[in-house]
Ligand binder design. Structure first.
Ligand code: ZN
Length: 61
C-alpha cells in the first residue's frame, strides 16, 4: 500500500509521483491531521490554509 504523503508546498495529500496541484516533488510523510476541502471558496479553513482546489490536505506538516 502506498504511504500517505503531503506536498510541502500546498499541503495536498497525494499518491502520484509529483503533486497534481503544484507539480512539486518535495513531500512530508510525517504530517498531522487531514481535512477534505470540498468548497474552497466557501471554506474558512481553506482560506486559512491557502487552498483553492478540492482534495485531502494535511493540516500540519
Ligand atoms: Zn503541491
Amino acid at each position: 500500500m502506498a504511504k500517505d504523503k503531503a506536498c510541502k508546498t500546498c499541503k495536498l495529500i497525494y499518491y502520484e509521483a509529483s503533486c497534481p496541484n503544484c507539480g512539486k516533488k518535495e513531500v512530508s510523510e510525517t504530517f498531522k491531521g487531514r481535512v477534505e476541502i470540498i468548497n474552497p471558496e466557501k471554506s474558512i479553513l481553506a482560506k486559512e490554509l491557502k487552498i483553492n482546489k478540492n482534495g485531502f490536505y494535511a493540516i500540519k506538516l
